[in-house]
Design a protein. Structure first.
Length: 81
């Protein structure tokens, strides 16, 4: 299984919670230095809590499931107000 598939599996563990809140997440790219770049979709792209969701939920799920990943970034994270 390649890195993208592993990251997708990790995202699938938290995706139901994101979808329940009207959002979702998509892998934009995984860089050569193993940084996952995600795009937050739906409500996740505009929610004021998306930074916390990103750090506490999405990032932790990916780093725990795929230890080779060095960082997780959202390319369109809403600025905290």
């Amino acid at each position: 299984m390649n890195l993208t598939e592993q990251v997708e599996q990790a995202l699938d563990t938290i995706r139901p919670y994101l979808i329940a809140d009207g959002g979702d997440v998509a892998i934009e790219e995984i860089t050569a230095d193993k940084v996952v770049k995600l795009k937050l979709l739906g409500n996740c792209g505009s929610c004021k809590m998306s930074f916390m969701t990103m750090k506490a939920g999405i990032e932790q799920a990916i780093l725990k499931a795929v230890p080779e990943i060095t960082a997780v970034e959202a390319i369109n994270l809403a600025e905290s107000v």
